[in-house]
Design a protein. Structure first.
Length: 277
């Protein structure tokens, strides 16, 4: 179960129905209006009421989840994690609570966990949260929507988003004064070689900066490195993670399966913002 957290800042959940603070009572979270949310045996809490769902199983499908998990476990994006952690270590209060927006199976989440902090992740896909909570029991996971985050105001000293939509009002609402917000987005040449096999004319990513009015840009980094594949399964898993997977023809899938060696670029932009005091 969760480790001793008496010395750490703990983020407080809020009720998705009435926005009142939730308190944990044995195995369920309850607000003063008596709305109740059970903590699952895996340790996560589902704070996405059924009436807020736009589909039966929102979020990534099972095939995409499995592909992403297999790909990330091979370490191809570890240089990205290392860059994110370097920024965290350079700027953040080591005791501050951390929030991972759109955490998936917790690949980035658990690597931010230290003996000093508490780390939280939210995703709309229940299956991914189940995996994350079972795998990384020293982090706190919940099923929720990013457009209505399940926390009371100003709970986190460090918030980050890897590819997730940047919902300025909600992210700045949960961020403490002087807290930091890190965004990771694909840069121009991200997976360009793979895209070039799918599109006749592959477009480069738009890297224009989203203006976040309530925050100040502190640092911006470009991270580019080659990913060398010698296992075609890794390449197919990477393809399955991408939004252009559905464009891949059967012929291309066969071609990728036969690839003995393939290289393509990982290319990211990291932007770190700070909330005013």
């Amino acid at each position: 179960m969760h480790t001793d957290i008496s010395t750490k800042e703990i983020a407080q959940y809020r009720c998705p129905l009435c926005q009142q603070a939730l308190s944990l009572n044995e195995k369920s979270y309850r607000c003063e209006n008596n709305h109740s949310f059970d903590r699952a045996k895996q340790g996560y809490v589902n704070l996405l009421p059924v009436q807020f769902k736009h589909s039966k199983e929102p979020g990534d499908n099972k095939a995409m989840v499995q592909a992403r998990r297999a790909f990330l476990d091979k370490g191809y994006y570890q240089p990205l994690v290392d860059s994110m952690l370097a920024l965290y270590q350079k700027y953040s209060d080591k005791n501050a609570a951390i929030f991972d927006a759109g955490c998936g199976e917790g690949f980035y989440t658990h690597q931010h966990k230290t003996e000093h902090n508490s780390v939280y992740g939210v995703d709309i896909a229940k299956e991914t949260i189940k995996i994350a909570a079972k795998r990384y029991q020293d982090c706190f996971f919940s099923v929720a929507t990013l457009s209505d985050l399940p926390y009371v105001n100003e709970q986190f000293g460090w918030v980050y988003s890897v590819y997730a939509p940047i919902l300025e009002n909600e992210f700045t609402r949960i961020l403490q004064k002087s807290g930091y917000f890190l965004t990771v987005t694909p840069a121009d040449n991200h997976l360009f070689e793979l895209k070039s096999m799918i599109y006749r004319q592959a477009n480069k990513h738009d890297t224009s900066k989203q203006v976040i009015e309530k925050l100040i840009l502190v640092e911006e980094q470009r991270l580019n490195y080659p990913m060398n594949f010698s296992d075609s399964n890794d390449l197919l898993n990477l393809l399955a993670m991408t939004p252009f997977a559905f464009k891949a023809s059967d012929e291309l899938i066969t071609q990728l399966k036969q690839q003995k060696q393939f290289s393509c670029q990982a290319d990211f932009v990291l932007r770190l913002y700070q909330k005013a005091h």
